[in-house]
Design a protein around this ligand. Structure first.
Ligand SMILES: Cc1cc2nc3c(=O)[nH]c(=O)nc-3n(C[C@H](O)[C@H](O)[C@H](O)COP(=O)(O)OP(=O)(O)OC[C@H]3O[C@@H](n4cnc5c(N)ncnc54)[C@H](O)[C@@H]3O)c2cc1C
Length: 245
């Protein structure tokens, strides 16, 4: 069987999909889950940290696709982890929560330009809102594995149990003096207003250094507001990387 597709899996527009199988399920919190996927043909997904796969969601009337970031690390290979949360009235997230071990999932990809091959030759600030940590997790491991300047991860989430991969980032901060891990527990409705206030105070009004690179990810328009804050403050457009869900 080809590594590239599975004949039983056809996506929107008749495109062939690859078939993954749910190998393991892990609940971070009652509304936040990771699925660990192996490939039905034992193939591999060759991806750059930060990229996503497009998952086919078969609804009663149509098949939709939804992107999900690969939260695991390319160098670890299979199983590949995706991590997601429930979304009010969200059919894609609801369908994923219904998957059981052994179920097949059709996907295409990897895709995406919100990615990091190696650490930038500048200070790097990673800003994640809740499950927006998913693409940033492999980015940070990749950046930390090579030569890098100072790196900060600022992770905002509604509760300690939503601070995903916390132990891993804390351990990295102990091992790597160049990495700082900061958490912000905040009600969901205040996430971006608080991130904007803190980012403005520290990295806009705090000094005149405009050499930093930013990697921002989360759901909703606040990601764009953060991007605009940095770009309008004088940071180069290409230094402000973002992915809005
Ligand atoms: C490049 C990319 C990568 C993504 N990676 C992930 C991922 O790793 N994990 C993940 O949970 N989601 C991820 N998403 C979002 C995901 O694709 C779906 O949009 C989400 O699961 C909701 O789909 P739905 O069909 O359930 O709801 P829809 O009816 O499509 O609802 C969409 C609405 O939900 C909002 N939304 C999107 N994602 C979230 C979220 N996680 N929490 C709260 N509101 C949300 C959108 O802004 C939009 O307003 C990603 C999106 C993009 C564009």
């Amino acid at each position: 069987m080809s590594n590239e597709s599975h004949p039983a899996m056809i996506g929107p527009g008749g495109r062939p999909l690859r078939a993954a199988v749910v190998a393991r399920i892990y609940d971070h919190a009652s509304d936040t889950r990771s699925l660990f996927l192996t490939l039905a043909d034992n193939g591999a997904i060759h991806f750059i940290p930060g990229q996503f796969i497009s998952i086919a969601i078969p609804l009663s009337d149509e098949t939709r696709t939804r992107p999900y970031s690969i939260a695991s690390h390319p160098e670890d290979g299979a199983p590949y982890e995706i991590c997601f949360n429930r979304v009010p009235n969200g059919p894609g997230a609801a369908w994923l929560f219904e998957r059981a071990i052994g179920d097949a999932i059709g996907f295409s990809g990897p895709f995406g330009t919100f990615s990091l091959e190696r650490a930038p030759a500048a200070e790097a600030i990673f800003i994640a809102a809740a499950t927006g940590i998913a693409p940033i997790r492999p980015m940070i491991r990749r950046a930390a594995a090579g030569a890098h300047l100072a790196m900060t991860l600022l992770h905002a989430a509604p509760s300690p149990e939503h601070m995903l991969y916390r132990a891993e980032f804390e351990a990295l901060a102990v091992r790597d003096a160049g990495f700082r891990f900061e958490t912000m527990i905040t009600p969901e409705a205040e996430t971006y207003s608080r991130l904007l206030e803190q980012c403005d105070r520290r990295w806009v009004r705090g000094d005149t250094n405009r050499a930093r690179h930013f990697y921002i990810c989360g759901a909703g328009h606040g990601v764009i507001a953060l991007r605009d804050l940095f770009r309008s403050a004088g940071y180069e457009r290409r230094a402000v990387h973002y992915e809005q869900w």
